[in-house]
Write a protein that binds this ligand. Structure first.
Ligand SMILES: Cc1cc2nc3c(=O)[nH]c(=O)nc-3n(C[C@H](O)[C@H](O)[C@H](O)COP(=O)(O)OP(=O)(O)OC[C@H]3O[C@@H](n4cnc5c(N)ncnc54)[C@H](O)[C@@H]3O)c2cc1C
Ligand code: SF4
Ligand code: SF4
Length: 1014
């Protein structure tokens, strides 16, 4: 394998413009998609141009190497993985090429939501609507014939394709659409490739006359059309008899209706071929005017049977969509989004979302009325909880299934709703009859299954709740699928409605279609005689394909079948076992939500703007899972490319918040970095920046000199060259007396242990306040004292060590954590709140210390710790916060730090600022600042940090505000990086408004300038 990889690099690296990768990071990252499967590819290529794809297809044919097309890798059947070269079209070939009145020309890697964003500006859209439109690529949709809730009205991807530019095995590029057969003349222009100029890269075992790659595109086209016509004509009866005329069917190749008189719609046939017939490099799609008049309603039912009964009555009314959601999905929806709380009844057993479209608003509303009348008339027990006819309101209802499908993975417990029979479809009129039959199949196998259905088109998404299997496990997956598919067939349905066959269903296509399978084989032979295009998908002789490539979900050494020769489990650096770390990684089901670049949520700052799979949270989970399950984590991390993965996380924790499965990517990355640090040590800059507190004392003592030097560009360039600290970063000035050495802290009242009658708060100060902003410490103490609290500031406390933890320097971090825990444990046991003005410190004490130091004390300290905003907002909610605020007539620009979001207590500081009269808060919603503790200080990261924070930096330069406000010191640094106004901590505004520190008004006048902050 390694030899072959070396040869690939030699042969292809200079031949293609895109990148070719054979390192372990890329191999691991691309070994899975959103399915249950895992296959390590030989290599991964990111093609830049169609020419790259042609070269690869020629090379593949000459050297018998399979090619696997991949979009977002969100397919649920395992269609985008394989053992050959994976071509990721989403990285570079992701552009909208041109837009005309009713058509659009796209590259395959364009994300559906991005395409529709551009089309919406013209009042049009690409109509098929898979629920994960923010993730899926158009190439992937064409690959599986994707569709969504509105399939009954708008059809599937296939119904919106005019032509597809397809590179065949051998490297010939053809534009294929509706082709005229007479005399082999075609309607679309044959893009003829001159093979003489193609690169023949390797010695081939085949003679030139047999080589597919030596044929011209014109020859391939002529042969292809001739052979296709013959196959389709000869098997016309068989096709009509065995391929059911269903609304939804992506099982096998679509042959029904492809040959029509003297025309053959090859483009339509290619849709749903899962990359097994050719690689799509461009496509011309029909666009549709945005629907004008729609009405929608959501109905709640006290039983699933009631919903099915209602659905049966509604379907003849020809709704444009009618989706059924079971109890589990509804309760996930209720829990996930405040907006759904009013419309989903807590005790509902099932729900229907129904949409009607029409020529006027009156008409569509009338159709809703008719539906209600009909259900009432038939005495159906239901509650209509929301009607909508306005665009946004209708979209809100459709956001419900869009959100909850991926949330299914967050169900608690050892079992998960597994996608393997998640795509069956039956004739809609037989749906009600089929559902109890399907339920009985699941009962027989003693599993329950979640259900989401596009009822109007007969599409049923079942996910049996079962333990996640690992490769080699005995599992009921095959047996359940076999039994269910038998019933599906009896009902005239299909085993794959819109997700394709992939690895999970290919083994069952023969049973689905009988003699028609032979015709599929002939079609495959015409396009791909060497079986190199995505082998084992649709066409395969492997009867065990459904379970052969199941993901490895246990760490190597934990293999129950290898008790005698168990290799040792890897030693973990965080306080978890290899099994626990693997479980955390296995929680990632590959849904790809974390790849999206058009999310309303914050998502990973490294993915935003480039959609690069390798830096996505999904890739991180995959690499760690792969490394642990093959005991090669150290080996993977030692390779050059791994540094990209390791460097593309600064522990902001946004992915964990936004991931439907709540995968703990940040800890998986900290573990990986720690493993790397243990083997290879820490970089000089990381070492230095995470120990800044050790020399900050000295810098403070001579702060007059230090601060002048920090503002001196020559000194800063030297600092950059020697220590790697960016010469361009505005740095904070050092204070002469650190807060922990100030009179405030050294005074008597603070020296004793807790025990006073006054309510007491323990203040955890952290680095920035101590060495750069003691005024904040003073302001916080005064605010607390003003509210009747005694403030205890343990003198032996030190920094939180978040920088060390993030850098993977866990041994040093552990020593510091233990010191802080020793200082804090006694008051924590007394039940005092430990409050931090730095949200990162609060996060570190609550979420990182228990993963560093696994003992009860760490847990108790974590439990008692909170951030200042939450503490004070809680006083306010309990009506015990003093309200004697005087007006502050000013405008401020507010930024919510990632770590405040990660604490999951809302934005308490905003609640508090709202109490200050005449203070106008302008909120900046530009995502992560890109500063991330010490990340943005390092010269190596400076540009990336500025790139991530660009939106916020621009906003700070132009916003009409007197000051920026945020509670995170690192965010503050970025907010002041290019701004002319200062950024201050909200606690200072509270202290100022309380009249406790009038001198703070001067702070608002100070200006960042040169290389130092305000
Ligand atoms: C949470 C979730 C919700 C989903 N909801 C829906 C839904 O509502 N409706 C629906 O239809 N599907 C849905 N899916 C399934 C999946 O997202 C779709 O099948 C999607 O269209 C796949 O797109 P992708 O870009 O991820 O393709 P991939 O998974 O990368 O590939 C899918 C198939 O297309 C082939 N392919 C990709 N690019 C090309 C190309 N350039 N040339 C030739 N073949 C290519 C691949 O080889 C593979 O066989 C959902 C999946 C998830 C995880
Ligand atoms: S990390 Fe979460 S969001 Fe990303 S693919 Fe995995 S499960 Fe989906
Ligand atoms: S913690 Fe932040 S930087 Fe790291 S992967 Fe998650 S979102 Fe990306």
């Amino acid at each position: 394998m390694e030899e072959l990889r070396r040869r690939l690099v030699e042969d292809l690296n200079d031949a293609i413009e895109g990148e070719l990768r054979v390192d372990r990071t890329a191999i691991a990252a691309y070994s899975t998609d959103a399915s249950l499967y895992e296959i390590e590819p030989l290599a991964v290529v990111f093609p830049r141009r169609t020419r790259d794809v042609e070269i690869l297809a020629a090379y593949s044919a000459d050297n018998n190497i399979p090619l696997i097309a991949r979009g977002a890798g969100s397919g649920l059947a395992g269609g985008a993985i394989g053992s050959g070269i994976v071509l990721d079209f989403s990285r570079h070939m992701n552009q909208v090429v041109s837009i005309s009145e009713d058509r659009v020309r796209v590259q395959p890697g364009v994300m559906l939501a991005s395409l529709n964003k551009q089309l919406h500006e013209r009042g049009r859209y690409f109509a098929p609507d898979p629920s994960n439109g923010r993730v899926t690529t158009v190439g992937g949709m064409l690959g599986v014939d994707g569709a969504g809730s509105h399939a009954v009205r708008v059809g599937s991807a296939r119904d919106h394709v005019e032509t597809i530019e397809c590179v065949l095995s051998g490297g010939q590029r053809l534009e294929l659409g509706r082709e005229r057969l007479a005399g082999q003349d075609t309607l679309s222009d044959a893009g003829s490739l001159n093979r003489d100029s193609a690169v023949i890269l390797s010695e081939s075992s085949q003679s030139d006359s047999l080589r597919l790659s030596t044929k011209t595109a014109t020859t391939r086209r002529a042969l292809l059309l001739q052979q296709l016509e013959q196959i389709l004509r000869e098997n016309d009866l068989l096709i009509r008899e065995l391929q059911p005329p269903l609304l939804r069917n992506s099982c096998g190749y679509r042959l029904r209706g492809i040959l029509q008189g003297s025309q053959i719609d090859v483009g339509r046939m290619l849709v749903g071929s899962e990359g097994t017939l050719g690689l799509f490099t461009e496509a011309t799609l029909f666009t549709t005017p945005l629907p004008r008049n729609r009405s929608a309603a959501i109905l709640m039912f006290s039983s699933l049977e009631g919903a099915i009964q209602a659905m049966q009555l509604i379907l003849p009314l020809e709704p444009s969509a009618c989706d059924l959601l079971d109890r589990r999905l509804l309760s996930l929806g209720r829990g996930a989004d405040q907006r759904f709380r009013d419309i989903i009844l807590p005790d509902a057993e099932a729900g229907l979302i129904i949409e009607f479209s029409g020529f006027s608003e009156r008409e569509v509303l009338q159709r809703l009325d008719d539906m209600q009348l009909l259900l009432n008339d038939r005495r159906i027990d239901f509650q209509l909880t929301r009607r909508a006819s306005d665009y946004d309101d209708v979209e809100l209802l459709w956001a419900l299934p869009g959100n909850v499908v991926s949330l299914l993975a967050s169900l608690k417990g050892n079992s998960r709703p597994l996608p393997f029979v998640e795509d069956v479809a039956v004739p809609p009129e037989r749906l009600a009859e089929f559902l109890p039959v399907a339920q009985r199949v699941f009962q027989r196998h003693e599993v329950t299954a979640t259900l989401y259905a596009h009822a109007a088109s007969g599409q049923l998404h079942f996910r049996p709740i079962m333990p996640i299997p690992s490769r080699g496990d005995a599992t009921a997956i095959e047996a359940i699928a076999r039994d269910l598919y038998r019933k599906v067939r009896d009902f005239g349905g299909t085993i794959s409605g819109e997700h394709g066959d992939g690895l999970s269903r290919t083994a069952f296509i023969r049973t689905q279609y009988g003699a028609l399978y032979r015709v599929f084989q002939q079609i495959k032979e015409v396009f791909d005689p060497q079986n190199l295009m995505n082998p084992d998908k649709i066409i395969s002789n492997d009867p065990s394909l459904t379970v052969r490539y199941l993901r490895r979900t246990r760490p190597m050494g934990d293999d129950v079948s290898a008790v005698h020769s168990k290799p040792l489990l890897p030693v973990m650096q965080l306080a978890w076992t290899a099994e626990e770390a693997t479980d955390a990684a296995v929680r990632c089901n590959g849904c790809g939500t974390c790849r999206t670049q058009v999310s309303p949520q914050r998502m990973c700052p490294f993915v935003e703007g480039n959609g690069d799979e390798e830096v996505s949270p999904r890739a991180k989970a995959n690499v760690v899972r792969n490394g642990l399950s093959t005991n090669t984590l150290q080996e993977i991390l030692a390779q050059d490319y791994a540094s990209r993965l390791l460097d593309s996380c600064f522990n902001c924790k946004q992915c964990q918040l936004d991931c439907p499965s709540e995968v703990n990517i940040p800890h998986l990355l900290i573990e990986s970095r720690a493993q790397h640090v243990q083997a290879h040590g820490l970089s000089k800059t990381a070492w230095l920046l995470s120990r800044v507190h050790t020399y900050a004392r000295m810098a403070s003592r001579v702060s007059f000199v230090t601060n002048r030097l920090l503002n001196n560009s020559i000194f800063r360039r030297i600092l950059q060259r020697i220590l790697g600290i960016s010469a361009q970063r505005r740095l904070p000035r050092f204070t002469q007396t650190p807060f922990l050495e100030s009179q405030r802290v050294l005074r008597n009242q603070n020296s004793g242990a807790p025990g006073s009658h006054k309510p007491t708060v323990v203040y955890f100060v952290d680095y920035f306040t101590n060495h750069h902003d003691p005024e904040l410490g003073e302001a916080f103490v005064r605010v607390l004292e003003h509210n009747g609290y005694r403030v205890f500031i343990p003198q032996g406390q030190t920094v939180s060590a978040m920088a060390m933890i993030t850098n993977g320097d866990l041994a040093a971090a552990r020593t510091i954590a233990e010191q802080n825990i020793r200082e804090l444990i006694e008051p924590a046991r007394e039940g005092y709140a430990i409050v931090c003005t730095e949200p990162t410190a609060a996060l570190c004490l609550t979420q990182e210390y228990p993963m560093l130091v696994r003992n009860d004390d760490a847990g108790i300290v974590a439990q008692q710790t909170t951030d200042a905003g939450s503490f004070l907002a809680d006083l306010h909610r309990r009506a015990i916060l003093k309200r004697d605020f005087s007006p502050l007539p000013m405008r401020i620009a507010w930024h919510t730090p990632c770590h405040v979001k990660a604490l999951q207590k809302g934005t308490p500081m905003l609640e508090l600022l709202a109490l200050i009269p005449e203070l106008k808060v302008l909120t900046i919603e530009k995502g992560c600042t890109g500063m991330a503790g010490t990340f943005g200080i390092a010269a190596a990261n400076f540009e990336k940090s500025i790139e991530i924070g660009a939106g916020l930096i621009r906003e700070m330069q132009t916003i009409d505000a007197h000051a920026g406000v945020t509670d995170c010191s690192a965010c503050r640094m970025q907010m002041e990086q290019a701004a002319t106004i200062p950024t201050i901590h909200p606690i200072k505004l509270l202290a100022l408004s309380y009249g406790l520190m009038p001198r703070l008004s001067e702070r608002l006048k100070s200006r960042p300038g040169g290389l130092v902050m305000s």
